[in-house]
Design a protein around this ligand. Structure first.
Ligand code: TXA
Ligand code: MG
Length: 323
């Protein structure tokens, strides 16, 4: 076990940090790296021992498969059969916050621990320059779940990463706050995903169902309540330490209120009711509320439309009963 986690600033004109991060990855170590959604905890996806260290560092149940990050569509195509629909989606949304679940190609050099033994793999081409630079420098597909201990709030800043993983990983590349603040949309295109010409929304995120339909002409199916279908998505995945109450228009005694629109709160996700601004602020606000001296967290109502689907999905997980 490591004693301290190093923190290096990322900037495109200071390539040393990336060179160092790539060397660590090739040696089987873990590096936290910003993406446009949240910080990811990256390891060489072809190295089973390195991938095992992800599960160890996060304390994550080993049945939960990981997203594989690749530099471009050609690299994705070498690992999985995207099919016609997957290619349409990739052309429209990559690089960007969309993860596509597709059948793994026979002989693809992905450690089976990454897919938890499934015949499908979750692939994403990220847009963030730090993750793109790391992919280019190490020349390996990178397995990267969110860089936080299992069951805690996803990290949108290097500080959040260190809060739960300090001493458990080699390095965090710090590029400030992530732009989107919510994990990628996950869509299934075959097998686990689309059957009979529909897309399956496995996790709501920045790319909305409407946008998926606009790109493919295909309807998007979700479960009745629109909840996550990806395996291993525990109900309490995004749990803060304090209890969370949703739909709150005012704080009860002892509560820290996260506002939205007309509800100002102790801190607001967006005073104007802008869902994009709210998504970017969500995990940061939950971290701040959780660090406050108050015993509980209340959150203002968020409309169930557009990005609000993804925000409410994360909030329901944060509020789910713990065992
Ligand atoms: O924005 C993101 O997607 C971030 C950044 C770092 O890229 N990553 C992320 O990874 O959120 P993670 O490991 O926290 O989420 C992986 C999700 C899980 O819900 C998992 O169940 C699902 O992807 N998943 C992975 N492989 C799958 C597969 N073959 N079939 C269905 N779901 C899969
Ligand atoms: Mg996560």
């Amino acid at each position: 076990m490591l004693t301290a986690t190093r923190r290096l600033p990322f900037s495109p004109d200071a390539p040393d940090a990336i060179t160092e991060a790539a060397a660590l990855i090739r040696a089987g170590a873990l590096v936290a790296v910003p993406t446009e959604t949240v910080y990811g905890l990256a390891a060489d996806a072809t190295d089973a021992a390195a991938v095992a260290r992800i599960y160890e560092a996060k304390g994550r149940p080993s049945f939960n498969p990981l997203i594989v990050h690749v530099p471009d569509m050609a690299a994705a195509d070498a690992l999985a059969d995207l099919g016609e629909t997957g290619r349409l989606l990739a052309h429209r949304f990559w690089p960007g916050p969309l993860t596509i679940v597709a059948p793994l190609r026979a002989g693809a050099p992905i450690a089976s621990l990454v897919t938890a033994g499934l015949s499908t793999v979750a692939l994403r081409v990220p847009a963030h320059p730090a993750m793109q630079a790391l992919l280019a420098a190490c020349g390996r597909p990178l397995a990267a779940p969110s860089a936080n201990a299992s069951g805690t709030i996803s990290p949108t800043r290097a500080d959040h990463v260190l809060r739960s993983l300090d001493g458990r990983i080699a390095l965090v590349l710090d590029a400030g706050a992530t732009g989107l603040g919510l994990e990628s949309t996950i869509v299934g295109v075959t097998g686990v995903g689309a059957t009979d010409g529909t897309l399956r929304l496995l996790r709501p995120g920045p790319i909305t169902p409407e946008a998926l339909t606009a790109a493919t002409g295909l309807p998007v199916s979700t479960t009745d309540n629109g909840s996550i279908e990806a395996p291993g998505q525990l109900a309490s995945h995004y749990a803060p330490a304090h209890p969370v109450r949703l739909g709150a228009t005012e704080a009860r005694p002892g509560e820290w209120l996260i506002g939205f629109g007309p509800v100002a709160g102790d801190r607001t996700l967006s005073p104007s009711g802008d869902l994009v601004e709210a998504a970017a602020a969500l995990f940061d606000a939950l971290h701040e509320a959780d660090m406050s001296a108050r015993a509980g967290i209340a959150v203002a109502p968020i409309p169930e439309e557009g990005l609000g689907l993804a925000i409410n999905d994360r909030l329901h997980r944060a509020a789910a009963p713990r065992d």
